[in-house]
Design a protein around this ligand. Structure first.
Ligand SMILES: C[S@@+](CC[C@H](N)C(=O)[O-])C[C@H]1O[C@@H](n2cnc3c(N)ncnc32)[C@H](O)[C@@H]1O
Length: 368
């Protein structure tokens, strides 16, 4: 069914953001007063053009996007004035910021077409800029999860720590951003009381049904991990597997550590998979924006230190997820998917580097 309101809004949005580059039909170098020049002018007026760019909403890309548009206009024989280009740049800048703020997966659809169709290319080009965001966070259904980035097997590290903590019944676990229970279900099967945070209610429902169908007691909390009110008990183990890479901004990361440390029992363990910069690598704004868009939000060592500085958390383990999991998962479970290795080694972010300056690490903290 067509959502008329949404269509109208979209059209209004497009109209409001249209920018007519009249290109003040540039006078030909010479008046087309010869048959050849007159024909050239005529042909220009019969050419139609229409197209679009899909541009990731990364504010640091503004300059490149403006260059792209300039290049296009040049190819189309348009000569925009400085004022017109400045207006386009302002619109682009505003929309990039708006989209990036809404979602790291947002992108701009920048459409160009004839401003005055009857005049062809001699009548200028009109642009419209619309922000698109993913309708919902794509969540794999159970069957799709078989081919998801993380595979079907629980994390070897999470299972090993749970086992080390002793009698499962005495080790309540909080699985943060549990998805459909890749870790929650096997942990419940070991006998742990498990609470699972699923911020997406549909995913939470799927997890509840799966647990129920297997006769496992997993209590699903449909909340944001950053919402302290959701958490009723204290846990001996809290796991956040592949969740931190989806957070955005140091404030949220700090809040994440503050909330989770506050629900851990003294001596309890927090296990987090996070992208850490190697050595003293300092990502610039572009790298940071792209890391958010690709779901590999990254922290420098200093940022990690600052995030936990005032908290009763002690870092007791820090090792490469790839090297640990490849050695401890059953051979048929490694790698978890075709794209896991690229992502976890940082090559999704830096495809041409053999040794990217970031990687996914298992960080283990003890609540002191
Ligand atoms: C990539 S999935 C990982 C699922 C599961 N932990 C696993 O490893 O299979 C990331 C999950 O984190 C959840 N998530 C992201 N931010 C969250 C937040 N602030 N609070 C609760 N869950 C969150 C998402 O809804 C999603 O289910």
């Amino acid at each position: 069914m067509v959502d008329e309101k949404a269509t109208e809004d979209k059209q209004m949005n497009a109209i409001q953001n249209s920018l007519f580059l009249d290109a003040t039909p540039q006078p030909m170098p010479e008046t087309p007063n010869t048959p050849n020049l007159a024909i050239k002018e005529k042909l220009q007026s019969t050419i139609a053009v229409r197209g679009e760019f899909q541009l990731p909403c990364m504010p640091t890309m503004l300059e490149q996007y403006v260059k792209l548009v300039r290049g296009l206009l040049k190819v189309l024989g348009q000569k925009p004035t400085q004022t017109e280009m400045q207006a386009l740049e302002r619109q682009l800048s505003k929309k990039l910021a708006e989209g990036f703020d809404r979602s790291p997966h947002a992108y701009l659809t920048l459409t160009y077409q004839l401003a005055r169709p009857a005049l062809g290319l001699t009548g200028g080009i009109a642009f419209s800029i619309v922000v698109n965001t993913d309708p919902t966070e794509a969540q794999p259904s159970f069957s799709e999860a078989k081919s998801s980035r993380f595979g079907r097997y629980p994390d070897a590290m999470a299972m090993a720590i749970a086992a080390e903590l002793g009698d499962a019944l005495q080790v309540p676990v909080l699985d943060i951003g549990a998805g459909i229970g890749r870790n929650s279900l096997p942990l419940a099967k070991r006998g742990h009381p498990v609470e699972a945070i699923a911020s997406n209610p549909l995913v939470g429902k799927q997890l509840t049904e799966l647990a129920h169908s297997r006769g496992l007691a997993v209590k699903v909390l449909a909340n944001d991990v950053l919402d302290r009110a959701a958490l009723s008990m204290t846990y001996r183990l809290a796991i956040a597997s592949e969740v931190l890479p989806h957070l955005r901004g140091s404030d949220r990361v700090e809040q994440f550590f503050r909330q989770t440390s506050s629900v851990l029992q003294p001596g309890g363990v927090l296990l987090v998979a996070a992208f850490l910069a190697k050595g003293d690598y300092q990502p610039d704004a572009k790298v940071r924006e792209l890391s958010e868009a690709l779901g590999c939000y990254l922290l420098t060592r200093q940022e990690l230190k600052e995030a936990i500085a005032s908290l009763p958390l002690q870092l007791i383990g820090n090792e490469s997820v790839v090297s640990y999991e490849s050695q401890h998962l059953p051979s048929e479970a490694w790698p978890p998917s075709d794209n896991f290795l690229n992502w976890a080694t940082g090559r999704e972010l830096f495809p041409t580097l053999t040794n990217p300056p970031v990687e996914l690490r298992w960080l283990q903290f003890r609540r002191v």
